[in-house]
Design a protein around this ligand. Structure first.
Ligand SMILES: C[S@@+](CC[C@H](N)C(=O)[O-])C[C@H]1O[C@@H](n2cnc3c(N)ncnc32)[C@H](O)[C@@H]1O
Length: 266
């Protein structure tokens, strides 16, 4: 494990220097946050929710790929996709540097996936659906998931945007949390009432609404909790949340784990 950490540090330094010109202030700080302590914390979280030992897993909206790399160490095959060319290239270069043999990556939105129906045994989608036309994205994720497969998804309630507004969490030269929080209200109103979605929107999704949509799509055994709190494998340690499950009495970041019992989409 020590060697893996050393390899990861060396590979990250090389890949970051290759792409430095396009990595902005926010992304640079984000990379430091997600990779600063290595991959162990992701591996532990994934084990706690049963994302180990699968034949084929999708990391939907993989970003810079910390979850994809952790998944690749515990599953036979992993596919990763993201809409950002910078992030997909970064993960591609990193996977090559680390010689990861079982990870493929595609440039793609999760609302229109380049995979065949019933491709995956499990789908992991962390920190993404609320940046997409999420009802359509959930239909796509359902289409590519096998019957009996597992979906992990997380999203934000009102409390998360209150937190962004009040604490200006992770503010950077090119990332303004207060402005995002303010826009999120009108974005959500336009998406929910007028079915309008534009790239760059952030959407508040209350857990009961997301759960209801999953039920309509044919999911059952829906487990919902604060981010990092679902613990279904008792042989693993209690997982450590990364975000606040609530903020000043309002729902913050939450997660849902569900099993696809039937497929009910058109
Ligand atoms: C908060 S980051 C999370 C990334 C990664 N899952 C993680 O945990 O670090 C959100 C990611 O969603 C991606 N994204 C935004 N809209 C998307 C879409 N329609 N389809 C796929 N990915 C999208 C962004 O490019 C970004 O990498």
């Amino acid at each position: 494990m020590e060697n893996m950490t050393l390899n990861l540090k060396t590979a990250l330094a090389k890949v970051q220097s290759m792409s430095r010109q396009s990595i902005g202030h926010n992304d640079e700080m984000f990379l430091q946050r997600i990779y600063g302590e290595g991959l162990n914390k992701y591996t532990e979280r994934l084990r706690a929710i049963g994302f180990a030992g699968h034949e084929h897993v999708l990391d939907a909206g993989c970003g810079f790929g910390q979850w994809s790399l952790a998944l690749a160490g515990m599953n036979q095959k992993v596919s990763a996709c993201d809409i950002s060319p910078l992030r997909v290239d970064f993960l591609g270069n990193l996977a090559r540097e680390l010689a990861v043999p079982n990870l493929d990556f595609r440039l793609s939105g999760i609302d229109e996936l380049p995979y065949a129906d019933d491709s995956f045994d499990a789908i992991f989608c962390y920190g993404v659906v609320f940046l997409t036309p999420w009802r359509k994205s959930l239909m796509e994720l359902t289409r590519v998931l096998k019957l009996g497969g597992t979906l992990y998804v997380n999203a934000n309630g009102l409390g998360w945007y209150m937190f962004l507004w009040q604490e200006e969490h992770n503010k950077a030269d090119d990332y303004d949390p207060k402005a995002i929080a303010a826009r999120t209200f009108t974005d959500t109103q336009r998406y929910d009432r007028e079915n309008v979605f534009e790239p760059g929107m952030n959407l508040i999704i209350e857990p009961s609404v997301l759960e209801g949509e999953l039920q309509k799509l044919g999911f059952s055994a829906i487990n919902s909790s604060g981010e990092g709190c679902i613990h279904i494998d008792p042989s693993t340690p209690t997982p450590n949340p990364f975000f606040k499950g609530d903020y000043k009495g309002q729902i913050g970041v939450y997660e849902i784990l569900a099993t696809l019992g039937n497929k009910h989409y058109e």
